[in-house]
Design a binder for this molecule. Structure first.
Ligand code: B16
Ligand code: MG
Length: 219
């Protein structure tokens, strides 16, 4: 049996919920483009990169634009998103997330981040938890989006560990798929039905402890 030596966390939806800020910023952009975009549409953008999110929105509105225009729109959306994030208080981490990280440290588990976001470091800084992460793999370091396992494989590489010795915590279907493809242990954070492929499903980091997760995965 593999020994669990590290936890690799997705950011948005696991440690913090910035989906609402992504939503507000994408909605503002969609409105300018005269494209309908609601909260249900936003669900399909969770865990998806900025570039792919824009492609999806343009597709829903049947709009074709140049690469240069796409760059401008992505930049605008990100400026708005960062304005919202800047106003986010340090206690906006999801319930129990900070305590879970500390409890994992106390068990001598190693900790890495595996996020699609190019703003991950800024957000971790804002939440005052950046120092808890030994390795940070974000959207600036990856070339392939989830469900490619690349982001998590770069994480286990940075820790010099086998994927089988690492647990990935993910809230998106694509992320759970990525973890399984990469041969990691996958913990789905959120809805049991949506994330049914995960080895274990928890409601949130506040509903369990690192020791419980390890015990449950070992059965
Ligand atoms: P950015 P995660 C993802 O973060 C978000 O879930 C997704 O909605 C967002 O589009 C993506 O990051 C890229 O974010 O525009 O900040 O680079 O869940 O992988 O931590
Ligand atoms: Mg996520």
């Amino acid at each position: 049996m593999a020994t669990i030596k590290a936890f690799i966390f997705d950011l948005d939806g696991v440690i913090v919920d910035t989906a609402k800020y992504h939503f507000k910023a994408w909605q503002r952009l969609a409105k300018e483009l005269d494209i309908h975009f609601d909260e249900q549409d936003n669900e399909q953008l969770k865990g998806v990169s900025r570039k792919e999110s824009l492609e999806k929105i343009l597709g829903w509105g049947n709009k074709t634009i140049s690469q240069e225009e796409k760059e401008t729109l992505m930049h605008r959306k990100n400026e708005w998103y960062l304005e919202y994030v800047d106003q986010m208080p340090a206690d906006e981490a999801l319930p129990g997330a900070k305590e879970f990280l500390q409890a994992a440290k106390d068990l001598n588990l190693r900790i890495a981040l595996g996020s699609a976001s190019k703003n991950a470091v800024k957000i971790l800084d804002k939440l005052q938890i950046k120092d808890q992460f030994e390795a940070i793999i974000d959207g600036n370091k990856t070339t392939k989006s989830k469900p490619s396992p690349q982001v998590f494989l770069l994480g286990s590489d940075a820790l010099n560990l086998d994927p089988a010795d690492c647990v990935v915590f993910e809230d998106s279907v694509a992320g759970v798929e990525a973890a399984i493809k990469g041969d990691f242990k996958a913990v789905g954070v959120g809805d049991a039905k949506t994330l049914e492929k995960a080895h274990l499903i928890i409601e949130g980091l506040g509903d369990t402890t690192p020791a419980q997760v390890i015990n449950q995965l070992n059965f």
